[in-house]
Write a protein that binds this ligand. Structure first.
Ligand code: GDP
Length: 425
């Protein structure tokens, strides 16, 4: 069988605006529920004499999944004709943000849910902000509970106008807005006559219209060097450059470059461990080693790229979004360690541009430090140049962790490189 396309999507919105109902409906209406689950939940409701809710489906599934294992990020699955979806759902914003910046969970797209009767709330704005800070820019908006406003087009349009205006300000451009009533199954996988004024896609079609980022193997080669092994073979002094291929692929005979040093060479051989046939190609996900045609001196922490690919960025100063989990606030001009791509270097916080409190999601401008549970857009600086990527282009080498006193205290994504600073230590 052909491997099916898979996509992670986060569904987010103000509490009670109907996220779980939208998800429950998607699961039920695409036939993605385990056999008998719907009936079981309906029966439970009947026994306890409470009205059935699609949102209960999620609770039932979560209970089942979490038995015996600790999960800090609940997931559920459904399939369309086009692909399989994993819905990332976190019990709180904090876990969600943490999982997103550390890479434990990765969403390629987001669906924002808004209650048509309640309209755009402070939280709806904060959620937009959060998605923007996490670098999730493939998004759509579902205006839910249209039944409560008699499927009135004018109400829908005014929410669309207001929300779109806000989202554009923070550089989020929703692919589409969809009116829906998740409770009544309207606009999720089909529409009735109630909203004949709406000509766009339903929520399921919106999911299918989200574009996949390039597959890891189709991306440029990124091979952070972990180690260099020296050995002597038939009197020859040879070196194996070892690491894990984060993205892309490479073959013997191809021209490569190491960054940030800029040293160049050519792949002489692919050194696979524990196999008898020598491969001539290595690809994404493999832990492997290479010998090079000439003996150049490279350091662990450099990133090997292909000369024919776009290189990664190099520099000592870059803009990033950081999620801070440290016991003490992250403060300016104190030395921390950063682990980025293969490198581990000293790093300093130079500027804090904007801060979003992950638990209340309230935002504020310029601050002097980053408190625990803040998501901050800031400028970081190292002394030695680093090789990295912009997270929206290549997430694997665009994410980092910050270490304070031997403890992982924060995680983040690289937004862009900055001109070299004047305030270097
Ligand atoms: P969440 O907190 O965002 O996950 O919201 P839920 O999905 O749990 O829904 C909150 C409440 O709104 C529940 O009582 C749902 O039955 C109700 N609800 C959800 N969608 C709709 C809808 O389309 N129409 C109406 N009238 N109620 C809805």
């Amino acid at each position: 069988s052909v491997e099916r396309d898979q996509m992670n999507v986060v569904v987010i919105g103000h509490v009670d605006h109907g996220k779980s109902t939208v998800i429950g409906r998607l699961l039920a209406d695409t036939g993605s529920l385990p056999e008998g689950k719907l009936e079981q939940v309906r029966e439970n409701c009947r026994i306890n004499s409470k009205p059935f809710e699609y949102a209960f489906l999620l609770d039932a599934l979560k209970d089942e999944q979490s038995q015996g294992i600790t999960i800090d990020s609940a997931r559920c699955f459904f399939s369309s004709r086009k692909r399989d979806y994993i819905i990332i759902d976190a019990p709180g914003h904090v876990e969600f943000v943490k999982n997103m910046v550390t890479g434990a969970a990765r969403a390629q797209a987001g669906l924002l849910v808004i209650d048509a009767k309640e309209g755009v709330q402070e939280n709806s704005r904060r959620h937009g902000y959060l998605l923007s800070m996490l670098g999730i820019n493939s998004i759509a908006v579902c205006v839910n509970k249209m039944d409560l406003v008699d499927y009135d087009q004018a109400v829908y349009e005014s929410i669309v106008t207001e929300y779109r205006e806000f989202l554009e300000k923070i550089n989020l451009h929703p692919r589409v807005f969809v009116p829906a009533s998740a409770r009544d199954g309207e606009g999720i996988t089909s529409f009735s006559e109630n909203m004949s004024w709406y000509k766009g896609p339903d929520v399921l079609e919106v999911f299918d219209s989200f574009e996949q980022p390039a597959k890891k193997i189709d991306k440029p080669l990124r091979f952070p060097v972990q180690d260099i092994y020296r050995f002597t073979k038939e009197g020859d002094d040879r070196r194996i450059v070892a690491g894990r291929i984060e993205t892309g692929e490479v073959k013997t005979g191809e021209d490569v470059m190491f960054l940030p040093s800029g040293k160049k060479s050519r792949i002489a051989s692919v050194e696979a461990f524990n196999v008898s046939d020598k491969p001539t190609r290595a690809y994404t996900g493999q832990s492997t080693g290479f010998t090079l045609e000439n003996q150049i001196y490279i350091r662990p922490g450099e990133v090997m790229v292909k000369e024919s690919d776009p290189p990664c960025r190099t520099g000592t100063r870059f803009k990033a979004n950081i999620f801070w989990l440290g016991r003490h606030p992250m403060i300016k001009d104190k030395r921390y360690k950063i682990k980025l791509a293969g490198a581990r270097e000293s790093v300093w916080l130079r500027e804090v541009n904007t801060v979003l409190d992950a638990s209340s999601l309230s935002a504020s401008d310029k601050r002097e430090q980053i408190e625990r549970l803040d998501v901050a857009e800031c400028v970081l600086e190292t002394i030695k140049p680093l090789a990295f990527d912009i997270a929206t282009e290549i997430a694997e080498t665009g994410r980092f962790v910050i270490i304070d006193n031997y403890e992982i205290s924060g995680g983040g994504i690289v937004l862009e490189n900055e001109p070299e600073g004047k305030d270097r230590l």
